[in-house]
Design a protein around this ligand. Sequence first.
Ligand code: 3PG
Length: 217
Amino acid sequence: MTDIARRQNDLRKMLIAAKVVPVLTIERVSDAVPLARALVAGGVRTLEITLRTAAAIEAAKAVMAEVPDAIVGIGTVLSAADFAQAEKLGARFTVSPGATPALLETAAKSDMPLLPGVASASDIMQARDHGFDTLKFFPAEQAGGRAMLRAWAGPFPDLRVCPTGGITEANAAEWLSEPSVLAVGGSWICQASYIKAADWAGITAMCVRTMKSLSPG
Ligand code: 3PG
């Protein structure tokens, strides 16, 4: 197995274990640790902290230092420079909304896994050319939904994805039941209104409910 195949395999295992990956947009560094603790308390340990706010890097550092049970990844990685920043932080994985050759080339040489975003057959082919077959389907609902995923299974039987974009409490279980879906991601599990209100118990309750709905039996 090549290094990249091994890293992609590790990422698959991480996503299967996670089932759900919250996409976190943290505006205030002081929210980061209580938010991460609330998610972990609800059984959601694998967290994507997006580089969408000025607070993101300090927030990720705080969670890594103070919430040892959280598995912290960095999302909204748009460039090789963002990837290098996440690597320096010691993130466990990275996520990007799309996949440029520059980003894929950088990530292919690193020990830190990348989950690159795809929304078309050409995107998937480009990612595969660089050794990536574990991908983020983004924006999943808007780009064609589960019907699109099933159509991809013909030419790309080995494709495995984490869909994000339009995943909700109502459709998460349907998405997760697709054979090519390893985990589902999104912001519904950590809504901005809850974070703003510091409603940590509400976030834990949402996680518990979601994990229960995604567990067979
Ligand atoms: C992402 O970057 O994955 C999306 O912003 C998450 O989409 P959602 O807000 O529709 O869950």
